[in-house]
Design a protein around this ligand. Structure first.
Ligand code: MEV
Length: 309
């Protein structure tokens, strides 16, 4: 049996803007997806998906997942008519919108295939295959999710030819809380919505995209100089920009407010939006616990984790 893993992620700055070549910053989180691939008797491929999940997520994403696995097999040049396989997914990363679940599973499956078929794929190749797999879920992914899922760490990412990826180092890891709205969101639709509105109102969107571009530079320097107060303020500002391009939601805005009221340095939606997760910067276990409990008290699930590990 071949085994491999992929990191869950949090986008700290500029999801959506990143699709258009604006720099973004993302970090791996402490949760992972693990894939196991085994050659079996039978035909084609089968899947046992034992990941913990937001209710409804797996059913909603079934077609995307099927498309994604077909793309991964093609990119890895595995012919399941010759060598039928079973794929088994497990791990502590929730199958949910906003935590990079799809990308983590793509990187994990690519690694497990490489191990089972002794293909010796290096990380660059795993990332390429995971990017192909992400197309099943996203249509036109920027590449940021699969890059973090594959390489881990804290990264500065700019889509281009080629993509620019630079690892950033934090003086020490920082606690965050990720609040789950419990809403399964469709990233493809969220990305398409931004595209439509951008085409309809280019002046407004150019201004917002310009602001996001500037913000990324400040955020990078605040992170590497460990100025967490500024990082938090910039996350707040980024949330406003994401609201302006209409990818937030009432539930996300509510959880962002709850986190800020409880002392988070900053908070924003994260990932595709329209549901899924928000993230709060909560340095120190005391603030982290306070924010997480407040989110839980409101009836939502809170993930306590860290960035920059
Ligand atoms: C989704 O995690 C992030 C988006 O920016 C889409 C992408 O970058 O492919 C919304």
């Amino acid at each position: 049996m071949g085994e491999g893993s992929g990191y869950g992620k949090v986008i700290l700055f500029n999801e959506h803007f990143v699709v258009y070549g604006i720099p973004a910053i993302a970090s791996a989180i402490g949760s992972k997806t693990i894939a196991k691939v085994e050659q079996i008797e039978g035909q084609g491929w089968s899947l046992d998906d034992d990941r913990p999940a937001t209710p409804g997520y797996k059913k909603e994403k079934m077609e995307h997942q099927r498309d994604s696995i077909e793309r991964i097999l093609k990119a890895a040049a595995i012919d399941v008519n010759q060598t039928p396989i079973n794929i088994y997914l497990v791990g502590d990363l929730k199958a949910a919108s906003g935590v990079g679940a799809s990308a983590a599973s793509c990187a994990a499956i690519a690694r497990a295939l490489s191990a089972e078929f002794k293909l010796g794929f290096l990380d660059e190749k795993i990332n390429e295959i995971a990017f192909e797999g992400e197309k099943g879920y996203h249509g036109t992914p920027s590449g940021i999710d699969n890059t973090v899922a594959t390489f881990g760490g804290l990264i500065w990412f700019k889509k281009g030819v080629p993509n620019i990826m630079e690892g950033l180092t934090l003086k020490q890891p920082v606690e965050i809380v990720m609040g789950n709205t419990g809403i399964v969101a469709n990233t493809k639709e969220a990305v398409a919505g931004v595209r439509d509105r951008k085409q309809k109102d280019p002046v407004k969107y150019d201004r917002l995209f310009g602001a996001a571009n500037e913000l990324a530079k400040y955020a990078r320097s605040a992170l590497v100089s460990y100025d967490l107060e500024t990082v938090g303020k910039l996350m707040d500002k980024n949330h406003e920009l994401l609201q302006s391009i209409e990818v937030s939601s009432t539930e996300l805005d509510f959880l962002v407010e709850v986190a800020r009221e409880q002392g988070a340095y900053g908070a924003k939606m994260t990932g595709g939006g329209l549901g899924g997760y928000m993230v709060a910067l909560t340095p120190g276990e005391e603030i982290q616990e306070r924010v997480a409990r407040a989110i839980e008290k409101e009836g939502f699930e809170a993930l306590r984790t860290e960035i920059g590990v």
